[in-house]
Design a protein around this ligand. Structure first.
Ligand code: SAH
Length: 254
């Protein structure tokens, strides 16, 4: 049997946001290795799989990347159907391509399966269109957190005229706010901070650029959250994904 690993995006949390391809992979998995941002409810779709948690959130117990690589390799070489399940999309701040490269270099075939990334889901759940004719000509996905603590050129980002979607930004709000304003982004630019997007306990906090850090503190914003910065963040108070469908997703997931 040829050794193969599926690198699968589990989406932002709501199990109904899984793709059919992800569902098929989970159905046929012998081994599923999951990150901690994956909603365990999606495991309902595994028929007989051994589930291994390999989460590694900042500051918590972590599984070394090398260990994850070797575990995937071992099971794949045993001829097992291995699914590496990641939150959102495997290749958006998810190390999917690193894992794919490593496996490929060790002779393992890899199949990548898209998932809905948290930034897209969070915005849509709040009725925010990330692009909008005449308002936002594009969208930029950025992470506020880097392993080497290098900084992004926020001031340049302030000039792009695109909607900014910031991942891993909860601990960096003051810096993001300061740098974007220094780069010329208007203090009144609307901001939406969305915690636990697509899950029943989703929360959203709206503010503007000048006050977003204070607003997040009052709101007690916690990770995981995405921060959407741009004119479009002032929209969506009327049209939004409703709570009922989120609850249904969770119920469906057991
Ligand atoms: N691959 C993932 C991102 C992993 S990085 C994806 O495509 O979504 C982890 C960051 O993603 C978190 O710090 C947070 O910014 C964001 N995130 C993941 N799940 C989220 C959720 N349900 N709600 C809000 N933000 C989320």
């Amino acid at each position: 049997m040829s050794a193969k690993v599926w690198l699968v995006g589990a989406g932002p949390g709501d199990p109904e946001l899984l793709t059919l391809k992800a569902l098929r992979a989970l159905n046929s998995a012998d081994v599923v290795m999951i990150d901690d941002l994956v909603n365990p409810a999606v495991l309902e779709h595994c028929v007989n799989a051994k589930v291994i948690s390999v989460g590694k959130r900042g500051g918590c117990r972590s599984t070394p990347q090398e260990f994850i690589h070797r575990l995937m390799l071992r099971y794949a070489r045993q001829g097992k159907c291995v699914v590496r399940l990641k939150g959102g999309d495997p290749c958006i701040f998810g190390r999917g391509s690193e894992e794919a490269e490593w496996l490929g270099a060790h002779g393992i075939e890899v199949e990548l399966v898209n998932g809905i990334t948290a930034g897209l889901a969070g915005a849509t759940q709040c009725g925010i269109p990330l692009t909008l004719r005449g308002v936002a000509r594009g969208v930029t996905l950025v992470t506020a957190h880097t392993q080497d603590d290098s900084s992004l050129n926020w001031q340049a980002l302030a000039q792009t005229g695109t909607t900014l979607v910031v991942y891993m930004g909860v601990a960096k709000l003051e810096e993001v706010q300061r740098e974007l304003m220094a780069g010329g982004l208007a203090a009144s630019t609307p901001v939406a901070m969305i915690e636990n997007a697509s899950l029943p306990h989703q929360r959203e906090c709206r503010s503007d650029l000048a006050t977003m850090s204070d607003a997040a503190q009052v709101f007690r914003l916690k990770s995981p959250a995405v921060i959407v910065i741009g004119e479009v963040s002032g929209l969506g108070h009327v049209t939004r994904a409703c709570q009922e469908t989120r609850d249904r997703g969770l119920a469906g997931g057991g």
